[in-house]
Design a protein around this ligand. Structure first.
Ligand SMILES: *[C@@H]1O[C@H](CO)[C@@H](O)[C@H](O)[C@H]1NC(C)=O
Ligand SMILES: *[C@@H]1O[C@H](CO)[C@@H](O)[C@H](O)[C@H]1NC(C)=O
Ligand SMILES: *[C@@H]1O[C@H](CO)[C@@H](O)[C@H](O)[C@H]1NC(C)=O
Ligand SMILES: CC(=O)N[C@H]1CO[C@H](CO)[C@@H](O)[C@@H]1O
Length: 416
């Protein structure tokens, strides 16, 4: 695709206006997200949630395979290879369940530019992976998206190898590898490795994002190359090796090069990353209404996931402590609780007990008028091992989260 001259000029103006002569103190990327697994009726969209869970499981499978390829070791004290079998969606139909195609409305998106002059893309900023990919102009199945045209970028260079990713909902993307200048809110990483995918399955057609920018550590990269933020750090482009997220229905932002102190109150509570792969911290515990149901677990903090997933037995114990809670979907580990008396679910790493607000816990009613709401904490091992919980944005929306790549820590603070 050839960008109209006006949009190239606009993109240039935006990029140059945002790029000061000397190092910025940190920059903000506004983020947007459409609604998640709740239908217009206020009911839980189980089909979308189950499809998305398969996609999440395959992301973690792929990144564990990447880790083994990059390091020769297995993650999370495993002694064996991660299961090589992809997880495919398996949805047992339920009566009167609305089918939906909103599986991809679960991403925190913002804008980046690639190339010289810049070509702009809408991107899913994902702390649970470490690669960047966008669709290529030669991709005939990517028509609904912005496309990267290597021939119209003077800084584009083809690299050897190919990139491919396969998600469990049937979606796949693959293509050759390039380096080029990647600009996010005026921060430029030159010679950044990424893939310009030349095939994309039909599942991506309705996806509001063009591609993904991974913000986790290099050892889970499929390309085996430094991700954007590590490149920007190494090239002295960010004022500090820290980035921060506020995820909320309004005013969501990614802050690159530090933290935005107007978005949180009180002290930040930092925890060391267990292994520089995912943003994973140990010593976690979970409680419902003050009753601790699981402790000593590792937790991966992931902007690219919506639901919170924990050990099936411990999550069962947690819902068992909630009056009126019921199993909603045993196969997929979903539970419901009385909508009019939501429990207080908290996570702690030895400091503050961070509470999930009733709004963030609620994925919608089991059916219209049932009075039972499905909880955003599911009892399912998504392939990380039973002692590793995965906390998506249903958790992150309750806190301001700071990711320090220099200290290898994750910090939480109360939202302002
Ligand atoms: C910090 O957040 C506030 C409130 O959203 C915003 O107005 C401000 O521009 C942000 N600061 C920076 C440096 O981006
Ligand atoms: C990647 O893993 C290797 C081998 O375990 C380790 O030496 C290296 O420090 C890791 N790299 C990063 C960036 O974490
Ligand atoms: C791996 O072992 C270390 C040391 O015993 C422990 O701290 C950590 O929690 C373990 N990781 C997992 C995922 O169990
Ligand atoms: C499953 C279900 O109850 N769907 C209903 C959602 O709401 C619309 C209108 O608001 C109805 O047309 C659907 O039948």
């Amino acid at each position: 695709m050839i960008l109209p001259a006006t949009s190239v000029a606009l993109a240039l103006a935006l990029v140059s206006a945002a790029a000061p002569a000397h190092q910025p103190a940190g920059v903000t990327i506004p983020l947007h997200k459409r609604n998640t697994f709740t239908t217009a009726n206020g009911t839980f969209d189980r089909t979308a949630a189950v499809k998305n869970t398969a996609k999440v499981a395959n992301k973690y499978l792929q990144t564990q395979i990447n880790f083994h390829k990059n390091t020769g070791r297995f993650m999370n004290n495993r002694t064996d290879a991660p299961p090589l079998k992809k997880v495919f969606r398996h949805i047992t139909p339920r009566q009167s369940e609305p089918l939906s195609d909103i599986e991809d409305d679960t991403e925190w998106t913002g804008t980046i530019a690639i190339g010289t002059p810049p070509q702009t893309f809408t991107i899913n900023f994902d702390t649970g992976s470490s690669d960047l990919w966008v669709p290529a102009s030669s991709c005939s199945s990517c028509a609904t998206h912005h496309l990267y045209d290597t021939t119209s970028s003077s800084t584009s260079q083809a690299q050897s190898g190919t990139f491919g990713i396969e998600y469990g909902d049937g979606s796949t993307a693959s293509g050759p590898i390039y380096t080029d200048a990647v600009t996010v809110a005026g921060i430029v990483a030159t010679n950044q490795f990424f893939s310009a995918v030349t095939t994309e399955s039909a599942e991506f057609a309705d996806d509001p994002t063009d591609g993904i920018l991974g913000l986790a550590f290099p050892n889970i990269s499929s390309l085996g190359q430094p991700p954007f933020f590590q490149s920007a750090m190494a090239q002295g482009q960010v004022s500090s090796g820290v980035f921060s997220f506020k995820l909320a229905s309004e005013g969501s932002e990614l802050f690159l090069g530090g933290k935005n102190s107007s978005l949180y109150t009180g002290a930040l509570e930092f925890h060391s990353v267990s292994e520089a792969a995912y943003w994973q911290i140990g010593g976690g515990s979970a409680a419902a209404n003050g009753v601790v149901a699981g402790s000593g677990f590792e937790a991966v903090i992931d902007t690219g996931t919506t639901i919170m997933y924990g050990d099936p037995d411990q999550v069962g114990t947690l819902y068992g402590a909630i009056p009126g809670a019921q199993v909603f979907d045993a196969e997929n580990g979903f539970y419901s609780y009385p909508c009019n008396s939501p429990p207080t679910v908290t996570f702690s790493w030895g400091g503050t007990a961070w509470a999930i607000t009733p709004e963030n816990l609620n994925l919608g009613e089991t059916e219209e008028g049932s009075g039972q709401c499905v909880g955003a904490l599911a009892g399912q091992d998504v392939g990380l091992g039973s002692n590793v919980w995965l906390l998506g944005d249903s958790f992150m929306k309750n806190v301001y989260t700071v990711f320090s790549a220099v200290d290898q820590t994750v910090g939480f603070a109360a939202l302002a």
